[in-house]
Design a protein around this ligand. Sequence first.
Ligand code: ATP
Ligand code: MG
Length: 426
Amino acid sequence: MAEPKFRAPKGTRDILPPESARRRALVEVFADRASRSGFGEVVSPMFEDMGVFKRVGESTDIVTKEMFDLYDKGDPPQHLALRPELTASICRAFAEHRPVPPWKVWYEGPQFRYEQPQAGRYRQFTQVGVELLGTDDPQADVDVIALGAGFFSSVGLSRVRLLINSLGDPQCRPAYMEALKSYLESRGSDLSPQSQVTLERNPLRVLDSKRRADQPIIDSAPLMVDFLSAESAEHFETVRSGLDALGIEFDISPRLVRGLDYYTRTTFEFAAESLESSQNAVGGGGRYDGLVEDLGGPPTPGIGFALGIDRILMACDSEQVFPQPPPALDVFVVDVTGGPHALSVCDALRGRGLGADRAYGGRSMKAQMKLADRSGAPFAVIIGEDEVASGEVTLRDMRGDSGQRRVPLAALAGEIRHLLSPKQER
Ligand code: ATP
Ligand code: MG
């Protein structure tokens, strides 16, 4: 094949059928679970005022390096950014529309981050997620985490670990930050040069470093859990006992800080053990009790998570679960009279809720049968001159051994429905 003139931009890719059907099915499993837990869908813009995302954290990679930002053609031009995540957008929407809390919403859609592309790390990727705004009840944390864990099990993934931590609250965090800062400064010259810079901006972020030089230092760093206020400690305890009561396994990960600055108290991550460790986070989330207020809304606690659909599908591949959904076609219509009858028959079948397709270009019976076979449809309808003359069609069972027979055209849809019903739930 000749070199294409254009390719999808670096870090992006086309998801083609049939993989796209699998991706959609995965999103639908999530949508179903979220709706059954009382979450409604929010569809928000793919770009926002840059200020909305600044609050994700001036010291985070997302804001400093990964933002796709642009100026529009207004006068003065507005500084916009393609969304790198949805929590900030949802909080902006909450502050704008002031729905009655608790507000439980879910979302799905592309996110954009200017990252170094690798397997499972793209510049455009899809997330699904939920946000629950307006309560700091720890049972909300449990409910939200359980929704994520339940989604992974319903997809069939068994090797996804849940890691949880508490990042404390504005009362207890400063003392911890002080302790962490002085500890890291005392080890300053042993830290990687990148982490020395990070330390200046936000000591917490150093704990997120994956660089080998930093690991021994991180391993003996003071832990937030030892500095929690009585309220935060109790909140964390209630979250853990709630997860225990639901039989949801988790590991406490006292160094889990997550890549965003707005988190308070509960934070968590889902890690797929079947994926390479640098790209094994299949989801993460936590509490962000100050974010809505920071975006100009009333003080409103919130908790949520986002899951990476692209990585979840990779984990499904390695665990060999969540196969391609069956084809949506019930019938392939073979018309050997040149094609016009296939038009009306397909149209009628589709109108009756069946999946129907056909060939184009007046191909031979043999060629059309081959396409019928490849389509995966369990039935073929064959239309020849005789059939047209008698007002019938030939209905062929492509899978079972019930062979083929003539069916009056008017009875065709009913007959196919009848044949399908015992085999598959529709
Ligand atoms: P990582 O540590 O892998 O960079 P993150 O902490 O930046 O992940 P979050 O901001 O928590 O990720 O986003 C939630 C989920 O979105 C991640 O767990 C991951 O599954 C997915 N995700 C994040 N960045 C990417 C990306 N560039 N490509 C594909 N999926 C991504
Ligand atoms: Mg990241």
